[in-house]
Design a protein around this ligand. Structure first.
Ligand code: C5P
Length: 224
């Protein structure tokens, strides 16, 4: 693409839920001094805004309007909606399931494109989600498809929730992850899949530190 070389570099990390891509993305961004964007939080915010405003989760036109004018502010690590802190609320499994429903609508996805691309600022961006490589940043410098076995992902999510003092059962989490994967993989619009230009990183047997080091090594190999 013409002029792309002047844009801040992007590292795109896509993958299924609970694959660890959020944590890996944050740490890679921190080590490189890059900005970080968790695109899933935007879909979660649309779902939460819909719930709070009584918009049905199958009303594509109204959901797209909400997505276009999300009353959201990102302040450091905190997310505010209508001025109220929703950082933890959007992390619930209900919000995750609702996010994957609203994310299936093309109009919602298009409405969020500009917001996502606005995160691309110097010196660079680590963007994580499902379609960072294929749609939002097709010119990303590095594209990684980060995954792990379903069991490993359920276990990680379980530990995360427990650390936050939120109750969870492994078998329920496993079921929810499978259902969300199926919805994300089978949807006709922007289905979850490894982009042709992305390299696979299976973290089932890797620690977070190892996964972070691997992404950074792949990036450095491209820019040096
Ligand atoms: O990544 P996270 O689990 O927070 O995403 C919540 C949901 O939002 C996913 O299950 C997926 O359906 C949707 N999503 C998406 N495209 C993205 C990021 C998230 O469709 N880039």
């Amino acid at each position: 693409m013409r002029g792309e070389e002047n844009k801040p570099p992007v590292i795109a990390i896509d993958g299924p839920s609970a694959s660890g891509k959020g944590t890996v993305a944050q740490r890679v961004a921190c080590e490189l001094g890059f900005h970080c964007m968790d695109s899933g939080s935007l879909y979660r915010l649309v779902a939460l805004a819909a719930q709070k405003r009584g918009v049905a989760l199958d009303d594509e036109a109204e959901l797209a309007k909400l997505a276009q004018h999300l009353p959201v502010q990102f302040q450091g690590g905190e997310i505010l909606m209508d001025g109220i802190r929703v950082t933890d609320e959007i992390r619930s499994e209900t919000c995750a399931a609702n996010a994957s429903k609203v994310a299936a609508f093309l109009k919602v996805r298009l409405a969020l494109l500009k917001t996502q691309r606005a995160f691309r600022k110097p010196p660079g961006l680590v963007a994580e989600g499902r379609d960072m490589s294929s749609t939002v940043f097709p010119d990303a410098k590095l594209k990684v498809f980060l995954t792990a076995s379903t069991e490993a992902r359920a276990e990680r999510r379980y530990k995360q929730l427990m650390e936050k003092g939120m109750y969870a059962s492994i078998s329920t989490l496993l079921q929810e992850i499978k259902e969300r994967d199926a919805r994300d993989i089978e949807r006709p619009v922007a289905p979850l899949r490894q982009d042709a230009g992305a390299s696979l990183l299976d973290t089932t047997a890797l620690s977070i530190e190892e996964a972070v080091a691997e992404v950074i090594a792949r990036y450095r190999a491209l820019v040096s």
